[in-house]
Write a protein that binds this ligand. Sequence first.
Ligand code: SF4
Length: 758
Amino acid sequence: MAFDLEMIRAVYAGMGSRIEAARTAVARPLTLTEKILYAHLFGGEVKQAYERGVSYVDFAPDRVAMQDATAQMALLQFMQAGKPTAAVPSTVHCDHLIQAKDGATPDLAEANTENKEVYDFLASVSNKYGIGFWKPGAGIIHQVVLENYAFPGGMMIGTDSHTPNAGGLGMIAIGVGGADAVDVMAGMAWELKFPKVIGVKLTGRMNGWTSAKDVILKVAGILTVKGGTGAIVEYFGDGAESLSATGKGTICNMGAEIGATTSVFSYDEKMGDYLRGTGRADIAEAAAAVRQHLRADDEVYAQPERFYDQLIEIDLNTLEPYVNGPFTPDAAWPISEFAAAVREHGWPEKLEVGLIGSCTNSSYEDITRAASIAAQAVSKGLTVNAEFTITPGSELVRYTVARDGLLDTFSQMGGVVLANACGPCIGQWARHTDDPKRRNSIITSFNRNFAKRNDGNPNTHAFVASPEIVTAFAIAGDLTFNPLTDTLPGANGPVKLDEPRGVEMPPLGFAVEDAGFQAPAADGSGVQVLVSPSSDRLELLEPFRAWEGTDLKGLRLLIKAQGKCTTDHISMAGPWLKYRGHLDNISNNMLIGATNAFNGKPNEVKDFSTQGDGYTTVPQAARGYKSLGIGTVVVGDENYGEGSSREHAAMEPRHLGVRAVIVKSFARIHETNLKKQGMLGLTFDNKADYDLIEEGDTIDILGLTNFTPGQPLQARLHHADGDTDLITLNHTYNEGQIEWFKAGSALNLIRLKESGSA
Ligand code: SF4
């Protein structure tokens, strides 16, 4: 913590001059987003104005957080950098791999057995490289970050899409892929297209059943799942200041559901309260001292329509509770219209399970508000008509709410407390059901509700609402129930639920016996990273080979992919996620979703590595060529590699011997990922040359000995009939990226520099 305070003070010390320089550069007042971003430029100095939605900019985030599923490959890669410690404060959180089945204690015990090798690896690699390790059961990454690391005006990246949760404490927190985390931990710049800024002005004060969750559920309805793409959503107004920091966190968390880069609130007293309540009074004091840097300039708030790319206004006085779903978080229904929607669409009216908690909604305030409803089930003699589960976001929250008797209240209404982990939110849910084929409804206080997300069952209609609305619905067991207006049959006749009552901060303070944190060794040089050589889930990486110094001749065409080829087509998710820490095993999914242009089929390519030139799978063919020492080429169509920043989509081809990916156009992030892995990502100068590629081609890549920024390369295509074609290939490599190619990968180059050999 002391180290954090030092780091935070350093950030604040540099903010004023950078913001001033940025204001001069852009020649207008600044939004909060711009202040924080300009204060975090890589290299520090503000040299120019950047155009929102256009300029690509290098940033230097203050910290990195990783969850256990994505941390595996990120840390295996980081080991390749040859650094003694991570360049910025970083943490690992064991939350995604715990399956919810019978309750917190047995589920955690099972996860510790089932995932032992993964946890042992993550604990040991964290210990070695100065990375904080949060054990299984310690909590969910975003809640733990909010409680311990988020700070106003900071910037962080996290290898999980709901990293923006930290915006509740005024931090620009962005969800990224593992490769980005590796860059920042290795001390490299982190690139982002300078985002647009959407302003959301909140006025008034919430009352009754309405909560912070309803703000974002309404915003999701307005902006839809794509409306925030490429933008940071900035909340302001007197209504924003009335929301607790954790309520703000909920709103920022679910900004991911509208595709926003992140969301953020300006610093206010509620944030100060939360910082003080979680043992960080010194940070609250430091933030208050630079308060003017942690909010937009006054002119922005005076005329927001001039300075935001889009402006939304919401009056909290009249905001209704919302229920969003099914199958998409932007199908937003005010509670007054929800019952009619349920009937009209024929969604299953009987509610089978209500689930509260998760990283989105398990603050003390959330739990107290939900518990105030649960208590009425008992006091008013109501029958509870659906199953009910509670997922605390962290051990700090769990211990505190248990101490204050709130978990007992839930137990009395039949609730089951699950481990402090993702569980049902990410499909880690062994749901007890008598008939999985039955169309059924559940309601959660989580964030995502896509088909199959919670229980893998396409027949499950999942709705999202605040914890108190979920609790009321669980008691009713009926989706057409409106807790604001309807009654329920009580022991002595119909009863109405009273409005929820919550407490923002625990009156007795937060408490915990074992928060589940393991600090890293002060000197990790002697720590051994634990990976069993016989593991099928983890494998230490070997550095990729450096460029041989010559043109690449005699490469075989592996596949000419036709049409859409996303990172999911290149490296499928689903059951393969189990192998994300084992490059060789997960490579068996390489390009199995891509359509072969020559036969229109996925995962069926001609294999010229064998005598018979028969058809085989893409990974099999690649392994055949690799075993003969023959490099390969992947050819693709437009926007190749769109989708996610999944680094496996670049690492797998590299591992299986692909030397160049030649396409009509790239999705930018994937193109960069290929470069980082030391591959050639090239585009046809003449897109029609795609049609010249034939099934039996061998390909030479020419011009590499003079590989220079802005200078095209060439490829000579040797067709099976003896003809050849010479085509021009463009590239976007800058000098640094050419060095990555020559070294075999970006991490190889860092390692060489670290050891003084480059
Ligand atoms: Fe992601 Fe859900 Fe876990 Fe939050 S609780 S980190 S949304 S899987």
